[in-house]
Every structure is written in structure tokens, then in C-alpha cells.
Design a protein. Structure first.
Length: 535
């Protein structure tokens, strides 16, 4: 009795206090999501299902809309900012996946309309089936506005849960069974080569010859006449000659090719000679350097130093001249021993400072995204659509992430900060979405068309996700991380993205998501009302 009274009191308090309710949803939902059954777990999606179950049992357990809107804007914007630099660089390479996603959505809309006719389900409900089976709340909103009534909500509520679960399953298959190459870049290593080739160009030309796939860091003229054999920084103007030893950093395959062309592998490890040169990891905490290219840092002229690799998150990146560094990056610096302290001071090298949030840039960027999402775009036939909070925030985030900085505004976020903000935003949105859907879901269970609607939703979700999976595997040749992200993006489903990120550690998951998300969002918002009004 005491336990029951305590629970009733807790429910009553949660219904009156949104802060308590959201804390309970995030805490208990995340704990449930961490439970693994045969390598499968719901992850953050458990927050959504917990909120749905509680709101279905007690309709007073509803979070205010501002919680979902803030969470969605924060999540979409930070994902866009993080993926922006890589997104635009991969557009050409990913055009096939973008085009197929658009074609698959159009086919899914035609399939939805056809199933409605075959199963004698009203087209208003089928508009909701399309939005629910492809898990897109803005599409439901657009359909509800154009069609009116409860039809779209009924179709959406019945099919949404399997839509999420189906995409979670397919994303898991992509990660577990997809092509093995899922890392952001090949592992970097250090090798030394003794030069035997004659008449070589300078190191700058050599780097270009190998498409900047390696970095030359140290040089010793050990056997060359007139040289002391002292280890020095390898500058782009140095010309290697027979007998020199070069230290090279890069992926193993590229290093093998360079060593084969220049001479043979040397047993002399120049990096171990620290009498004059030394190396150190330093952290970029100086915000003035964020968004700068490596060559713009001008380390050679200022400190006689060079950067060989950049650690971002859990990935090592080769420090080519074109690589853009961000706050929170950890740089492997090679410099004269006496200059290392000055180099560290130049970059800031403060882990604590990297956690400071540039609230001005974040607030302005998110505001621009929300404003873009509010714009209403007219369509033929008297209909219109808006990108919504998620679509506008993601697009602006992508653009600003690509720009990186504009005058004093640094749009990029430290890796750790970006991860925390995106996860928090996602959890807030999932808690809100589940809390408002419970009553409608219970009402939908009394519908006479329930079996037919469930079947239609199953067919649409399965056909669409399997088509995306098959195309990504066998035609676009996406690696497992990018494919899992593309499945989440084509479904415009943050819960699936979070699940994919929990399965595989790679920024390619977010990149795959951002690659197809904009076209998927736009087409779903356009197609859902058309199913309910025109088809």
C-alpha cells in the first residue's frame, strides 16, 4: 500500500511539474535503453517508448511543446555543424544515394496510396500511415493541416512504433553485416625511409605527387657530404638526396608506396632522437585558431615546428596543409625542444578551456535555423510546406559548419561539447514526442481499420528501408557507418541515428544522416498531404 501511494504521489507530482517528469523520463528511459539483449538495445529510443507508455496510461503526463522544439532544434543544429565540412565535400560522391532516397520516397508514397485503395482505407488515414511508417512528425503536421480531422493522427499513431522499430532493426543489420570499412580514415603510423633515388624534387612537390596522403616530418642528411647528420624539421623546400633519412607519417599502404619509390625502409628511427627535436600533444583551446587550415597556422616560420597528425574524438587525422583544425583537437607537434613551450602557449593547450561554450555563436546559429524552418513555401495546387524546426536547423547548421567561422563568430563546436549537446537535444525531443502520442495511440487501437493499417504500415516501412539498405550496400557501396546513418537520415529519425552511433564509433554515421536528411525531410512534408488530398 505504501509503495502504491508513493507511486501515485510521484505520478501526481510529475503531472504538475514538467521538470520532474522530464528528469524521470530521461533517467529511467536511458537506464532501460542501456539493457542489451543479444547485442541489441533500444538506446535513447527507450526514452520515446517509455514516454509513450506512460502518457497512454495517464494522459496528464504530457510535456510542454517547448521542450520538444528546443531539443529538436539543438539536436539538428549541432548535427549539421558537426557534419557540415564533410557533407559538402561528399555531395558529389554521395549524389547517387541522395537521388535514390528521393526516388524511394516517391515510390513509397505511390505504394502507400495503392495499399489504401486495395485495403479500402480512407486516404486521410493513409496520409498518416505514410508519415508514421516513415517516422516523420512534420509530415504528419503538414497532412493534418491540409486534410483536417483525426485520420492522419490515427494512421500515424498505429504505424509509428513499428516504423521506428523497423528502422532500428535495419540500421542494426547495416552495422553488423555491412562492409567492414567503417572507420573515418585508415590508422596512421610512422615509418623511416633511407633515400636511394636520385634527382628527387623538393618535399612540397613530393607531397603533391602522393596526393598529400603522407606527411614528411623529419629529415637527416646523415650520409650527405658537408652535413652534420643532425635531425631537422622536413620543410617543403628541402630536397632529399641519396643517403638521407626521412620520417614519414600516414596510412600503411601509402607509406609502403613512398618507401618503395624513394629507397628502402630504414632501421634508424629519427623520432627517437630527441636531442634537438622533440614532440608533444597539444590541445587547441585558443578559439582564434578554430576554423584555420594547418598551413594558415604558419608554425614553420614562427616556431620551426610542424604538425604530423590531429586527434579528433577517437580518430587520428593526417595533418595535411588543407586540414581545418577545431577547438578541442589534439595536435601532434614536432619542434625544437626549446620552442615546445611557446608552441603550447600559442595553441592554448587547456583541456578545461575546450569545455567553454560559445553561447553567442550557438544562439545566433540556432536562431537562423529556426527562422528558416518557419518560412512557408507555396506549392502547386494551393498547398505549401515549411522545413520546420529540424529541417531549418539542420540546413543552417550544415552551411555554418562548412563556413566554420565568420569574423568573430566561430560556428564550430568542440567535439565533446557537440556530442553532449546533440545527445541532450535528442533525449528532450524523444521524451516530448512520446508524451504527446499516448492518448492518440490508445484511441487508434479502437479503429475498425486497425489490422489493415498495421499491415500497410509494415509493408511501407519494410519496403522502403530494405530498398535503402540494398542500394547502399550493392550500388552506392557505403561502408557500414555511413549506411546506418543514411538509413536514419532517410527515415528522418533521430532515435535511429542515436542507436547507430551507440553501435559504431564513427563520425561517418552523422555524415550519412546529414547527407540524405534534407531531401528526405522536404519530400515527406510534400508527399504526405498529397496522399491525403490528391491521390
Amino acid at each position: 500500500m505504501q509503495v502504491g501511494a508513493l507511486l501515485n504521489g510521484l505520478v501526481a507530482d510529475a503531472a504538475k511539474n514538467p521538470v520532474l517528469l522530464i528528469s524521470l523520463l530521461l533517467g529511467i528511459g536511458s537506464a532501460l535503453g542501456a539493457i542489451r539483449l543479444r547485442n541489441f538495445s533500444l538506446g535513447p529510443a527507450a526514452v520515446l517508448f517509455l514516454a509513450l507508455a506512460l502518457s497512454a496510461a495517464n494522459p496528464t503526463l504530457v510535456l510542454p511543446a517547448i521542450v520538444g522544439n528546443v531539443g529538436l532544434a539543438l539536436f539538428a543544429y549541432t548535427i549539421g555543424v558537426t557534419a557540415g565540412p564533410s557533407f559538402f565535400a561528399s555531395l558529389k560522391k554521395g549524389s547517387a544515394m541522395i537521388g535514390f532516397t528521393a526516388a524511394a520516397l516517391i515510390m513509397a508514397a505511390a505504394l502507400t496510396a495503392g495499399l489504401g485503395i486495395w485495403l479500402s482505407i480512407p486516404k486521410e488515414i493513409m496520409a498518416g500511415v505514410f508519415a508514421g511508417s516513415l517516422t516523420n512528425t512534420p509530415a504528419l503536421a503538414a497532412a493534418s493541416e491540409q486534410v483536417g480531422g483525426q485520420g492522419p493522427i490515427v494512421g500515424y499513431s498505429i504505424t509509428y512504433i513499428f516504423g521506428v522499430i523497423g528502422m532500428l532493426i535495419v540500421a542494426t543489420i547495416a552495422v553488423r553485416r555491412g562492409p567492414a570499412q567503417g572507420a573515418d580514415s585508415p590508422a596512421l603510423t610512422t615509418r623511416n625511409v633511407r633515400v636511394e633515388a636520385a634527382d628527387l624534387p623538393d618535399i612540397g612537390t613530393l607531397s603533391a605527387r602522393y596526393d598529400h596522403s603522407v606527411v614528411f616530418s623529419r629529415l637527416s642528411h646523415g650520409d650527405a657530404p658537408g652535413h652534420s647528420g643532425k635531425v631537422a624539421i622536413a620543410t617543403e623546400h628541402d630536397v632529399p638526396v641519396t643517403g638521407d633519412i626521412l620520417t614519414i607519417v600516414g596510412p600503411p599502404a601509402a607509406l609502403d608506396q613512398v618507401i618503395s619509390d624513394l629507397g628502402h625502409a630504414s632501421t634508424v628511427a629519427l623520432q627517437m632522437d630527441r636531442e634537438f627535436l622533440d614532440f608533444r600533444r597539444v590541445t587547441i583551446s585558443n578559439s582564434k585558431l578554430s576554423g584555420r587550415r594547418v598551413d594558415e597556422l604558419d608554425l614553420e616560420r614562427s616556431f620551426g615546428a610542424t604538425v604530423t597528425r590531429v586527434r579528433r574524438g577517437d580518430v587520428d587525422l593526417l595533418a595535411t596543409d588543407e586540414l581545418v583544425v577545431l577547438t578541442g583537437d589534439r595536435l601532434r607537434i614536432v619542434a625544437p625542444r626549446d620552442n615546445l613551450s611557446a608552441v603550447s602557449a600559442f595553441f592554448g593547450d587547456s583541456e578545461a578551456s575546450t569545455s567553454h561554450l560559445d553561447a553567442a555563436s550557438l544562439g545566433i546559429g540556432m536562431s537562423l535555423g529556426i527562422l528558416l524552418g518557419l518560412l512557408v513555401w507555396p506549392l502547386p495546387g494551393g498547398t505549401d510546406f515549411a522545413l520546420g524546426v529540424a529541417g531549418g536547423s539542420l540546413i543552417v547548421g550544415l552551411v555554418l559548419g562548412r563556413a566554420m567561422r565568420t569574423g568573430p563568430f566561430v560556428w564550430t563546436l568542440p567535439y565533446g561539447t557537440s556530442n553532449i549537446l546533440s545527445q541532450l537535444g535528442l533525449l528532450l525531443f524523444l521524451a516530448y514526442a512520446g508524451s504527446i502520442a499516448g492518448p492518440a495511440f490508445l484511441g487508434a487501437l479502437d479503429s475498425d481499420e486497425l489490422p489493415a493499417i498495421v499491415f500497410a504500415g509494415f509493408v511501407v516501412t519494410t519496403t522502403f528501408t530494405v530498398a535503402i539498405l540494398a542500394f547502399g550496400w550493392w550500388v552506392a557501396h557505403l561502408d557500414r557507418a555511413s549506411l546506418a546513418g543514411a538509413i536514419a537520415g532517410s527515415g528522418t529519425q533521430p532515435a535511429v541515428l542515436a542507436h547507430a552511433n551507440s553501435l559504431i564509433s564513427s563520425s561517418k554515421v552523422n555524415l550519412g544522416y546529414a547527407l540524405v536528411y534534407p531531401i528526405a525531410m522536404i519530400l515527406k512534408v510534400i508527399l504526405a498531404p498529397l496522399i491525403g488530398t490528391l491521390l
